[in-house]
Design a binder for this molecule. Structure first.
Ligand code: TRP
Length: 349
């Protein structure tokens, strides 16, 4: 397995963007989230915004609610109904359009999961053990021991992508090793059994890392995130509690002043402006003025999405029908791919 990620170089990314612009219909995006909590502004600027952009550009987008992947780091039963419905509302609120994009969940697509079996035969235990992102997750896991699913989930992720022949996967840096597993699986399958799968390309996110209110990476599992679904008052309260520093003069200096700079960046992203300009404008206004700017910027930017979210939330029957229709489509894709796989592998009937 290669450990150099050629897709990560900026030159390649620009060329890829150009190819997408010229012929969007050649691409199919597969991307997804684990239903473990409310999506937040880090997700919005990191990936959700980009999904909508690709959808608008004419690329077909498959969005996976990765409910089976949640099992990787759980040792108790957890019902995912509420978090799944929350994710659906967030998707619809940000503008993922079920008429053009497909929203589906793992556990409802049996043929997707069946691909895991032949795929597991194509990777070695040593390769699985070397995956840096899995190693990192194991190191940070609160579990007493590592489940087989945790160890193999990048191969399951290959099934997520390849079942619908996804060829474009928007990712953050941490997901690149997983995409490399997918490419390896596709290549080895094709070499062994004949051409069935594309080798998907990574579309590396250019979004800067958003820090949460405690100055560490904004994350669903840390109580430091600004959820898309929060209301204006809750947002104000969370921003008020954010960590800053004693220097009243506001600057944008992510290295030296991570807390203050995280807030400046958040305001700048919401306003579509340069963070240095935003900091300069606040100048000597101190943390209070900074926090007022951030709160206003976030609440203004999210207001239309929150209104749409509330509207959809009044019609959960519709929201569930979106998932049902997405699952139907995903099942049709998965069944067709599995039939091809069985034929390639030499099933007699
Ligand atoms: N691993 C991703 C995450 O934790 C979610 C995910 C599951 C995914 N399957 C995927 C992302 C396939 C991209 C492609 O956020």
């Amino acid at each position: 397995m290669t450990t150099t990620y050629a897709e990560a170089s900026p030159g390649t990314a620009t060329a890829l963007e150009e190819r997408i612009r010229q012929d969007p219909a050649r691409f199919r995006v597969l991307t997804g989230d684990r239903p473990t909590g409310a999506l937040h502004l880090g997700h919005y600027f990191g990936t959700l915004h980009n999904r909508v952009r690709l959808q608008e550009a004419g690329v077909e987008v498959f969005v996976l609610v990765a409910d089976y992947q949640v099992l990787t780091d759980r040792d108790v039963a957890e019902r995912l109904t509420a978090t799944t419905e929350g994710l659906l509302l967030d998707y619809l609120a940000v503008g993922i359009d079920p008429a053009r994009s497909v929203i589906f969940n793992h556990s409802a697509v049996p043929a997707l999961n069946q691909l895991l079996l032949p795929f597991l035969s194509l990777v070695t235990v040593a390769e699985l053990g070397r995956n840096p992102t899995v190693k990192d997750e194991i190191a940070h896991s609160r579990q007493a021991s590592v489940s087989g699913l945790m160890y193999t989930y990048p191969v399951h992720q290959a099934a997520d992508i390849l079942f619908c022949k996804g060829n474009l996967v928007p990712v953050g840096k941490d997901q690149l090793p997983h995409l490399e597993v997918t490419r390896t699986v596709a290549r080895r399958f094709n070499e062994r059994y004949g051409q069935v799968f594309p080798e998907p390309e990574a579309l590396l996110s250019t979004a800067p890392l958003l820090l949460g209110t405690d100055g560490t990476k904004m994350s669903k599992s840390r109580a430091n995130s600004l959820a898309l679904s929060a209301d204006a008052d809750e947002t104000a309260r969370l921003v008020k509690g954010a960590r800053t520093d004693a220097d009243r003069h506001i600057t944008y200096d992510p290295e030296g002043r991570p807390g203050v700079s995280a807030l400046v960046l958040l305001a700048a992203l919401c306003l579509g402006r340069d963070p240095h300009a935003v900091a300069e404008e606040i100048g000597g206004g101190g943390a209070a003025a900074l926090k007022r700017t951030v709160t206003d910027a976030v609440n203004t930017r999210l207001a239309p999405m929150r209104a749409r979210r509330a509207e959809y939330a009044r019609d959960m029957g519709y929201v569930r029908s979106v998932l049902r229709a997405g699952n139907e489509r995903a099942n049709a894709e998965a069944d067709a791919t599995l039939a091809q796989v069985r034929e390639a592998m030499g099933s007699p009937v």
